[in-house]
Design a binder for this molecule. Structure first.
Ligand code: AP5
Ligand code: MG
Ligand code: ZN
Length: 219
């Protein structure tokens, strides 16, 4: 299965992808995580992305599209993928469709996780992330068991440089201007599923699974 998770910054794409990938046995490809990994390694790609990410702007399409299309040809993607944060504008969506079509594949569904702006701000300003495995936590709604340490791997938690109120507001403007048109893009071809993204993380996951009409894997 090929799924796209659509949603504003803080909508819960990474949170839901982490459980959905296990339940549906799909690879999780998050463009933002790929950029942050490149940045922490100090690669050319990371340096190219840095200035855009800090300003809350999109990294140029020529850089982003190549990075993601290269990644989805890896063997772990053969059984299907959940794309989180990509595509983020119509040009990226078209490039993805073309690349999958060339492999006689295609996007099955795009899940739009809808969350109010006030809730998005609360989520992002309280978010902490694992430096190693990227697992997201929230200081109020889902704190780690030991303060500042990841439950899954024990590594240090940090706050993203773009999770400050000023940059979050810029990211929201970019979302509504450039990414929201993808809601119509996938709706027109009958692939859009809209899910109410407020409530417990488990309930939202169950809503997505129900809307996809798939069975969870029990192992
Ligand atoms: P990216 O990393 O993709 O960030 P984003 O889209 O801004 O989304 P976030 O990761 O902030 O939010 P999320 O939806 O994953 O929420 P999460 O699950 O963590 O992109 C960052 C930057 O990289 C971009 O600005 C751009 O510069 C660049 N970039 C990336 N992709 C690109 C592309 N395709 N093209 C060009 N540039 C690109 O949850 C948020 C918080 O809420 C967490 O603390 C979590 O614990 C909490 N939470 C989650 N669910 C719930 C719930 N139900 N109730 C309460 N709290 C919850
Ligand atoms: Mg994310
Ligand atoms: Zn971790």
């Amino acid at each position: 299965m090929y799924l796209v998770l659509l949603g504003a910054p803080g909508a819960g794409k990474g949170t839901q992808a982490a459980t959905l990938t296990k339940e549906l046995k799909l690879a999780h490809i998050a463009s933002g995580d790929l950029f942050r990994q490149a940045l922490s390694k100090g690669t050319e790609l990371g340096l190219q992305a840095k200035a855009y990410m800090e300003k809350g702007q999109l990294v140029p399409n020529e850089v982003t599209i190549k990075m993601v299309l290269d990644r989805i040809t890896a063997p772990d993607c053969a059984a299907g993928i959940i794309l989180d944060g990509f595509p983020r504008n119509v040009e990226q969506a078209k490039a993805l469709d073309e690349a999958l079509k060339a492999q006689k594949k295609g996007i099955d569904k795009a899940v739009y996780i809808k969350v109010s702006e006030a809730e998005l701000l609360k989520r992002l300003t309280g978010r902490w992330i694992c430096r190693s495995c990227q697992a997201p936590y929230h200081e109020v709604s889902s704190p780690s068991r030991v303060k500042g340490k990841c439950d899954k791997c024990g590594c240090e938690l940090y706050q993203r440089a773009d999770d400050n109120t000023e940059t979050i507001k810029k990211r929201l403007v970019v979302f509504f201007a450039e990414t929201a048109p993808l809601i119509e893009y996938y709706s027109k071809v009958g692939k859009l599923i809209e899910v109410q993204g407020e409530g417990s993380m488990q309930d939202i996951g169950a809503r997505i699974i129900a809307a996809l009409k798939v069975k969870k894997s029990n192992n």
